[in-house]
Design a protein around this ligand. Structure first.
Ligand code: NAD
Length: 350
């Protein structure tokens, strides 16, 4: 049995809590949120017995074996390190933290503790990602030399801490770019990034004036402060010569929201968003292969369930994390390099 505590009881926490409650080898024993009212509401809703407003008190509870960290990005490193030092296994939401220095400190703490650290790169746990990964591992795409990913929201700055750079570390790139870059990089075989060029723009603000369109919001939604970018793009070059182009927005004068993730290899190509499709050539004919699957696109709740189930297996059965801390460090390097390149107007060499 794995006894779990969840730290941060806001919008994303339900996607951790629900699969924990449904898991027959898990007991959800503790919950922490610095917002006492939210803590009480959430704790009562899920029947959690130990409730804390300070994460340190939760970590001092010897009954807790493992934690999910679902707090603001600026707290991830501090809480993850404290949890590892307290002997807990850790699932930390993406991004791993805000800077490369922090990421390296979390990595050092994870190595020293010998505990599990799984980074919440939830898109690695999508069924379609797993299906495509199997095709890639069996060399159906050959050498993947180019990937291109977009997550363009026309309206979707979640507000609150997300739009306060001191708490989030950045805007669309930190929140959405992290998923796009990680998924492509993972499926490309995690080649070493060597140089990065990027641009960020803060042209439209958060457009809180816009009516009649709903979007994901922080639990403490507040549109009064916004100092993060609304658009970011980047081109990442890898040691093996492959490259990855990415663009992401919180808001953009676009016709509609758009998510697209494409990989191009010398034997085949694939799209995982907007829906899974594999492209190849046989008998001098180009084939578009449509896998017959339950969800053609990314299944949000199902992927979180897969992630939580995997975390439990890592903790109880010694399985190796699909998204280990060192991958969180590499992704943090790429994200920070895009910001640095945007600021200096120059390519950044890693
Ligand atoms: N994997 C995904 O697709 C995905 C989606 C959304 C958010 N997230 C990540 O999840 C995390 C939380 O996002 P959210 O949307 O739930 O935000 P949220 O604002 O809705 O909730 C965060 C909660 O954490 C609490 N909190 C913050 N700092 C704390 C601290 N030091 N101690 C105790 N409680 C604290 C806040 O009071 C709040 O209730 C972020 O890191 C975000 O990037 C991941």
């Amino acid at each position: 049995m794995l006894k779990v505590g969840v730290i941060g009881g806001g919008s994303i926490s339900q996607f951790h809590i629900t699969p924990y409650l449904l898991h027959n080898r898990v007991e959800l024993v503790a919950l922490c949120d610095q917002n006492e009212q939210r803590l009480t509401e959430c704790g009562n809703q899920y029947g959690v017995t130990h409730m804390y407003t300070n994460y340190k008190d939760l970590l001092a509870n010897k009954d807790v074996d493992a934690v999910s960290i679902c707090t603001w990005n600026n707290t991830h490193a501090e809480i993850a390190i404290a949890a590892l030092e307290a002997g807990k296994h850790v699932l930390v939401e993406k991004p791993l933290c805000m800077t490369v220095e922090e990421a390296l400190a979390v990595e050092a703490a994870a190595v020293k503790s010998g505990k599990v650290l799984l980074v919440g790169f939830v898109r690695r746990h999508g069924n379609n990602s797993n299906i495509l990964k199997q095709f890639i591992d069996q060399d159906y795409l050959g050498e993947i030399y180019y990937a291109k990913a977009s997550c363009l929201r026309r309206l979707g700055n979640p507000g609150g801490w997300f739009s306060d750079k001191s708490k989030s570390g950045g805007g669309a790139l930190m929140d959405l770019g992290v998923h796009m870059i990680d998924l492509c990089w993972y499926l490309m075989g995690r080649p070493r990034p060597v140089s990065v060029s990027g641009n960020t723009y803060s042209k439209l603000g958060n457009r809180s004036n816009v009516k009649n369109l709903s979007f994901y919001k922080a639990a403490d939604y507040d549109s009064s402060l916004n100092n993060v970018e609304d658009l970011a793009n980047g081109l990442i070059r890898f040691e093996n010569g492959a490259s990855l182009a990415v663009d992401v927005s919180f808001t953009l004068q676009a016709k509609e929201d758009q998510v697209s993730v494409k990989l191009f290899g010398d034997k085949g190509g694939a799209e995982i968003e907007p829906e899974l499709i594999i492209v190849t050539e046989q008998n001098d004919t180009i084939l578009n292969i449509l896998p017959q699957v339950d969800n053609k696109s990314f299944d949000f709740a199902g992927s979180f369930t897969n992630e939580i189930n995997h975390f439990v297996e890592c903790c109880l059965d010694g399985k190796s994390p699909v998204a280990p801390v060192e991958d969180g460090v590499e992704v943090m390097k790429m994200l920070n390099a895009i910001y640095e390149s945007a600021q200096t107007g120059k390519e950044v060499y890693l």
